[in-house]
Design a protein around this ligand. Sequence first.
Ligand SMILES: C[C@@](CO)(OP(=O)(O)O)[C@H](O)COP(=O)(O)OP(=O)(O)OC[C@H]1O[C@@H](n2ccc(N)nc2=O)[C@H](O)[C@@H]1O
Ligand SMILES: Nc1ncnc2c1ncn2[C@@H]1O[C@H](COP(=O)(O)OP(=O)(O)O)[C@@H](O)[C@H]1O
Length: 289
Amino acid sequence: MANELISWPSPAKLNLFLHITGRRPDGYHQLQSLFQLLDYGDTLRFEINTRTDIELVSLLPGVANEDNLIVRAARLLQHATGTNKGCRIHLDKRLPMGGGIGGGSSNAATTLVALNYLWQCGLSTDKLAELGLRLGADVPVFVHGKTAFASGVGETLTPAPQGEKTFLVVNPGIAISTAQIFNHQDLPRTTKPISWRDYDFDNTQNDCEKLVCNTHPQVANLLHWLLEYAPSRMTGTGSSLFAICDNQNQAENLLSQLPEGCHGFVATGVNQSPLQQMLDRLRNADQKI
Ligand SMILES: C[C@@](CO)(OP(=O)(O)O)[C@H](O)COP(=O)(O)OP(=O)(O)OC[C@H]1O[C@@H](n2ccc(N)nc2=O)[C@H](O)[C@@H]1O
Ligand SMILES: Nc1ncnc2c1ncn2[C@@H]1O[C@H](COP(=O)(O)OP(=O)(O)O)[C@@H](O)[C@H]1O
């Protein structure tokens, strides 16, 4: 197959805001958020074979391959479709783990979308998103690949195109567990739902930010630093923060002066995921053959 070794993008996301509006009986939190997709992320390559084994050749520190969301996504698709194909997977990891920018969920979504194409399973995007939700609340938005308002636990999506802003995304050098923040007794859980048409960056917030700043001084210090220069906020349950910059120059300049122990990248907000753009290109090329 000609397309096997192409690099499949696995982009990061930001939560431009994150409101927690309630809690379901199963403990999962109901939220409202604006998922902003970025043009920056990891990449994955897939070598397809006709054995049914799934092999991930790139190891992640602290994550057993059996627990890696990439392997779990590939197995889930195998079981859902009954395909007799397998693959060898290469991951080029750039996104920090436990950083609130959705790296693991995005890797799972890219695996589902790419293998559905390469194995020729023929599942719809909705079906892939439904499978993805079993792996994590953040997976469906990456499968659909559109910057979107989200409600429910993050699976009810309304496309919400935004201006293509420049973001500086900074990680203070620590990982934060999503489950730990959601299980914390001090997390506010009663924000009144907003109507999407009332959304404005300045009248929204990240409901996890105060708790994370109180429990992780590295995040608080970095946020304080960024706010001196640009509107800034935490993404997801942390640990990364983003600053909305006026232009690429300002973002690069701030990146070069980050406080010690912090690392980051400059990215542009996109309305369609680089993953979906790649899939569209492949499908168009297939139609021409
Ligand atoms: C809140 C967000 C915003 O993007 O945080 P980040 O993980 O990106 O920081 C996400 O929706 C997270 O999604 P994801 O990272 O896929 O979480 P999951 O693996 O589904 O859940 C991890 C744990 O977080 C808790 N959890 C997660 C999502 C949710 N809506 N309510 C919850 O209570 C549950 O305890 C769950 O066991
Ligand atoms: N392919 C993967 N990439 C990143 N993390 C993964 C992956 N597979 C499993 N994980 C686990 O998921 C956790 C959350 O990862 P990640 O999605 O990067 O962070 P967040 O949910 O904060 O955005 C990691 O700490 C790691 O234990």
